[in-house]
Design a protein around this ligand. Structure first.
Ligand code: ZN
Length: 313
């Protein structure tokens, strides 16, 4: 065996409608830090927003393509259907009060694998959850004026994937990525990697009669798994190919390097590196405060800035 391991989740990417509404929800309601404001590298007339902790540490990064007027998607099988954030013990009442005041829809508090949690939806109807992990999450949360460190989200706890049949996806997690089945509750199967203490959980929800999801506003686009560097990433590329699956070449995303493949259950997976990180083109204190463009689009900056909707930060 080589030393490389999948280090849990790197980032999750979802689709939003209105850019300003998405920005307000994640930075104000949720209190995340915008760590990068850039454009969709494949469609530079559209923003790409990254939200996370202070540094945008892998395992805390939620990203959005806000496409104005895209219409509502449908959450269903073959996609990630819930994004779980880890929060400190005792903070759920704070979040319930806050969501009540800000008209964020949320469920009753319940238990999942012995952990208290509740679910809620963002301003586009995207499914999220707050979960209190059994073992305290030692990651530092980003503080805002209204959300202090004792209640702030710590980063991802888990992602849930909905599937007609879990077996082919489970095999990717166990045989390629090194996860193991931890526990089962009804049709929810919890997989975990021991390679990292955080963002280490993937829940597979088996829905034999589930309708396929449709990607548009309020749905997840892909989930990215974390590797330390490009050498490890290339070893995973070989592993994926050896299982007879298609996978892209390495793509430079400026803040990490990416590989993409569609797992047999239909979910788009990415394998993304820690390097080089978000401080590659902005100092830590200024992350997210400037519109950053990949080098190839710099000559078109004026046009791009004119097309993008204004964003009040
Ligand atoms: Zn991605």
């Amino acid at each position: 065996m080589n030393g490389q391991q999948i280090l849990g989740l790197h980032h999750i990417t979802a689709i939003a409608g209105d850019a300003q509404r998405n920005y307000d929800f994640y930075t104000k309601t949720m209190g995340l830090r915008m760590v990068k404001k850039t454009v969709n590298f494949d469609d530079p007339g559209t923003y790409h927003f990254y939200y996370g902790n202070e540094q945008g540490t892998p395992g805390t990064i939620l990203t959005f393509f806000p496409w104005e007027g895209i219409g509502q998607g449908r959450t269903g099988t073959g996609m990630a259907t819930e994004i779980g954030y880890s929060v400190p013990a005792g903070s759920l009442d704070f979040w319930k009060d806050r969501f009540t005041r800000l008209n964020v829809p949320f469920t009753d508090v319940n238990e999942r694998f012995g952990e208290t949690c509740f679910s809620f939806t963002d301003s586009d109807g995207l499914n999220l959850a707050l979960l209190v992990p059994k073992e305290a999450d030692n990651r530092e949360g980003w503080e805002t004026g209204e959300i202090k460190g004792d209640v702030a989200t710590r980063g991802f706890h888990s992602a849930t994937l909905s599937l007609v049949k879990i077996d082919p996806t489970a095999k990717v997690l166990t045989d390629i990525f090194g996860y193991r089945l931890l526990s089962q509750e009804g049709n929810r199967y919890r997989f975990i990697t021991d390679a990292t203490p955080n963002a280490a959980i993937i829940d597979l929800l088996e829905l034999p009669d589930g309708k396929p999801g449709r990607n548009a506003a309020g749905t997840n686009h892909h989930i990215a798994f974390r590797v330390a560097n490009e050498a490890d990433q290339m070893e995973y590329r070989e592993k994926v190919l050896s299982k007879g699956l298609q996978i892209t070449q390495k793509i430079d995303r400026d803040y990490f390097f990416s590989l993409y493949f569609r797992e047999p259950g239909g979910v788009l997976f990415e394998i993304a590196t820690d390097n080089p990180g978000f401080t590659v083109d902005e100092p830590l204190a200024e992350l997210g405060s400037h519109l950053k463009l990949p080098r190839q689009f710099e000559p078109a900056r004026a046009d791009i800035e004119r097309i993008l909707p204004p964003l009040h930060q």
